[in-house]
Design a protein around this ligand. Structure first.
Ligand SMILES: Cc1cc2nc3c(=O)[nH]c(=O)nc-3n(C[C@H](O)[C@H](O)[C@H](O)COP(=O)(O)OP(=O)(O)OC[C@H]3O[C@@H](n4cnc5c(N)ncnc54)[C@H](O)[C@@H]3O)c2cc1C
Length: 516
């Protein structure tokens, strides 16, 4: 357990004090305070960087070798940016930070008594001791208990997802051209369905509409790409709930002007190779034939919150997020900080700034303890605003009490995203690619390989084996599933209403006295 006033450790794995313990392999070298950071996303990277001048050694453990700028994944999927521009190698980003090292590995266990993190890569296991731990492992896509939908409707959480979607979107137009030449129907090939009308869904739907109406309009001979049907579906009653009711309505109108069909209050009850089935509040069902579907409907906190909850008693919410203390630590473990998408605190949203500010706060807390300074005040999130693009030159922005739409909002989006893209060379090439797509009508990154499109499906099938693919569900299971869908639809509707209310009433990030 860590002595929080000095930050030194008396745990078995960490020696007795930071000053006298030895570094592995260098028995006589004094051992510095060891900070382990899990994740190389917004929380992980910014937390590590914030410890640059500190008297600590930082080990960042992550399951990818890159830092991922998730807000621009949709531009990789729609051929505007290359994957390298939004995913620089973490090792390169941290090359000049002498007190930081990077370890590739999927964290499989955290032992809070022994103060160790166990990670694995290709069957090789590694155990890393820590004095302080920052957990920033983010979240994953949630299919609300219907993980089999993932096979036909990929999510948008990783570079793999974005490249697979790129291949599916551009590939659908190619197959439609072929079908038209052979006199076969093209409707299911030229229908694109996006599930989830949050920022990612809105951005994807807007971009696919723009692709079909603008970028590809001269590229095909047998089909008119402009005839493509783009459908955006959500179980909730509004678009963009976290942006409040008014901006949600404006965004819906803008999308419809672009040619996007927006279907609200409809729950997706089935997804297969050729389409998607919806169920409305009044029990009506609808089938949309569509080869290309994408899922942007829900998130689930990283499963590591389970082990943290089991070891500390901190409760998890329905999305698997863990309740943290006001200083982002866990009950009984002041040496463990959890930040970003994994936490449940003050209704904070799952956005990059929550992770960045939380990680900087944790780094500062570690520093202060080592320097013997009194602890900081509880973590307070400073909301710098939210933005989402709808199409070229059109966006919505919510900054404090200001609600902006149109070109000004888009310009703000451009400047902010350019500022946060990591690395000078990535900023330069992103500007060039944006000029190609927004001033011109081209897309510089339309290439996709067969492996990118089919690799995930092949691996998934190998993993599950054939049995699961051929056993149909029992009738009783189907009835149960229908009830579960309706309950889930009502729940999603209520969550969206509450999200919009929190934004409109300014209650997000506000801590009530009783909660402190
Ligand atoms: C498509 C999309 C668009 C978005 N757009 C916006 C936006 O416009 N504005 C905004 O503010 N936010 C946006 N967000 C949300 C924002 O990206 C997240 O809130 C933010 O990334 C959270 O940061 P984090 O550090 O908690 O997690 P992440 O940035 O997701 O990082 C998690 C890290 O942990 C690693 N990891 C996970 N599990 C393990 C494990 N077991 N072992 C080792 N490493 C692990 C991952 O590889 C990753 O490096 C968007 C998200 C998505 C998916």
């Amino acid at each position: 357990m860590t002595d929080t006033s000095t930050g030194t450790s008396s745990g078995t794995s960490s020696g007795t004090t930071t000053a006298t313990a030895a570094v592995a392999g260098h028995p006589e070298a004094p051992r510095r305070h060891q900070v382990v950071v899990i994740g190389s996303g917004f929380g992980g990277l910014f937390g590590t960087k914030a410890l640059k001048g500190s008297d600590v050694d930082v080990t960042m453990i992550a399951r990818t070798t890159h830092h991922l700028f998730q807000p621009l994944l949709y531009q990789v999927a729609t051929g505007i940016l290359s994957e390298g521009e939004i995913a620089p190698p973490t090792r390169e980003v941290l090359a000049r930070q002498k007190n930081a090292s990077v370890l590739l590995g999927e964290v499989t266990a955290i032992d809070m008594d022994a103060q160790t993190v166990t990670s694995q890569v290709l069957g090789r296991e590694n155990v890393t001791p820590y004095d302080s731990l920052i957990v920033a492992a983010g979240s994953s896509q949630s299919y609300f208990g219907n993980d089999h939908f993932a096979e036909f409707a990929p999510g948008m959480k990783s570079i793999d997802d974005a490249l697979e979607l790129r291949g599916r979107i551009f590939g659908a137009f190619e197959l439609a051209e072929l079908a038209a030449l052979q006199g076969r129907s093209t409707d299911h090939l030229l229908t694109f369905v996006v599930v989830g009308a949050g920022p990612t869904g809105v951005e994807m739907a807007g971009q696919i509409a723009e692709l079909s109406r603008r970028t590809l309009k001269r590229d095909f001979r047998a089909i008119s790409s402009r005839d493509a049907r783009v459908v955006l579906i959500d179980a909730a009653g509004q678009v963009l709930p976290p942006f409040g009711a008014k901006l949600g309505q404006k965004t819906k109108r803008e999308l419809e002007k672009l040619g996007v069909e927006v279907i609200l209050g409809a729950m997706v009850t089935d997804v297969d190779e050729r389409g998607i089935t919806l169920k409305y509040k009044d029990d009506r069902t609808e089938r949309i034939e569509s080869v290309t579907k994408m899922w942007a409907a829900g998130v689930q906190a990283n499963a590591l919150t389970k082990t943290l909850a089991e070891q500390t008693g901190a409760p998890l919410d329905r999305a698997g997020r863990i309740a943290v203390n006001p200083d982002l630590t866990l009950p009984g473990h002041p040496e463990v900080f959890v930040v970003g998408d994994m936490i449940n605190l003050d209704h904070l949203p799952g956005v990059a700034q929550v992770a960045i500010q939380g990680a900087k706060y944790a780094a500062d807390a570690i520093d202060r303890r080592l320097e013997g300074k009194p602890p900081q005040k509880p973590f307070k999130y400073f909301d710098k605003g939210s933005m989402a693009t709808i199409s070229r030159f059109r966006a919505v922005a919510l900054i404090g009490r200001f609600r902006l739409t149109g070109f000004i909002a888009w310009l703000m989006w451009l400047v902010v995203h350019l500022f946060y893209v990591t690395g000078f060379k990535n900023r330069v090439t992103a500007v060039l690619h944006w000029a190609v797509s927004f001033v011109g009508r081209g897309r510089s990154e339309r290439t996709a390989t067969e492996q990118q499109i089919f690799g995930r499906l092949a691996m998934g099938r190998l993993d599950r084996g054939a049995q699961e693919l051929i056993s149909p569900p029992e009738v009783e299971d189907l009835l149960e599933t229908t009830r579960a869908f309706e309950a889930r639809r009502q729940e999603l509707e209520a969550i969206a209403r509450e999200e919009a209310r929190l934004t409109d009433s300014g209650e997000r990030g506000v801590r009530h006295e009783a909660e402190v």
